[in-house]
Design a protein around this ligand. Structure first.
Ligand code: ADE
Length: 249
């Protein structure tokens, strides 16, 4: 997959796309990240990329022309283009999954107060928000998006890391994890994890995932109740049990 990033601050991305899982994906040739500095496309002798908003108001607005030229340089017409903005629809797993199936995407990061609206209209950009809070620019949201999209591209994660994605747990919050030692300051790891019965362990994990999801994210829990895939008899029993548990107050 190719990800084109249009930004005024390309250096912000280097440590993120060079390191860890994204770096490995780049090396393996699964991910191609193309960083484009919008300022390079400014025709102005001072490389200006923003100006005062028409009609007044606070802050500066990113100029259309450098962005148009940058988009033209990557032959953007017809390609999936996103604009990171708190005005967009909040992104979720389903949309991230769809994006991970694209061959090429373009992400525009805004700064200052915003960008000239004609950029969004002409290039048919989808506005994407990562949450109901405002950051100083689109760079951090773009990194969040890239990281979450990349981990869903086949072969980016090692086999074990990705297995859960397809499992009966998808759509649920993760169960609690433990590692050595078995007892720490008097706190014990649940006994079930040592009995060697993989079926029982899997059922325990399922139950804990359901409990956590019901408690913390009732919206996800309801969705899971409506949409869960094939469940075994034992799993169904656990689901019914958790469903009928009265909330602790
Ligand atoms: N730019 C500033 N805030 C943002 C947000 N919450 N999501 C996406 N882009 C943004």
């Amino acid at each position: 997959m190719k990800i084109n990033i249009l930004t005024l601050f390309p250096e912000m991305f280097e440590p993120v796309i060079g390191g860890s899982i994204l770096g490995r994906a780049k090396k393996k040739g699964i991910l191609d990240v193309n960083l484009i500095n919008i300022r390079d496309f400014s025709q102005d002798k001072h490389k200006k990329a923003d100006d005062y908003p028409f009609g007044g108001g606070a802050g500066m607005v990113m100029l259309a022309d450098p962005v148009f030229r940058a988009m033209e340089a990557i032959a953007a017409k017809g390609k999936k283009a996103l604009y990171m903005s708190p005005r967009g629809r909040i992104i979720d797993h389903d949309r991230i999954k769809k994006l991970s199936e694209e061959e090429e995407i373009i992400i525009l990061c805004g700064h200052y107060e915003g960008i000239d609206e004609r950029i969004i209209e002409y290039w048919n950009m989808e506005e994407v928000s990562i949450g109901d809070y405002v950051l100083t620019g689109g760079e951090l949201p773009a990194m969040v998006l890239i990281d979450s999209v990349a981990r869903l591209i086949p072969d980016v994660l090692a086999g074990e890391e990705s297995a859960q994605e397809e499992s009966v747990y998808s759509g649920l919050l993760e169960y609690p994890q433990y590692t050595k030692p078995r007892e720490y300051r008097g706190m014990m790891v649940p006994e079930v994890l040592f009995n060697g019965n993989h079926k029982l362990i899997a059922l325990w994990k399922f139950e804990k995932s359901l409990e956590l999801t019901k408690e913390r994210r009732p919206d996800l829990f309801e969705k899971y109740l409506r949409e869960h895939g094939e469940l075994s008899k034992e799993e169904l029993k656990i689901l019914k049990k958790v469903e009928s548990t009265v909330e602790k107050v």
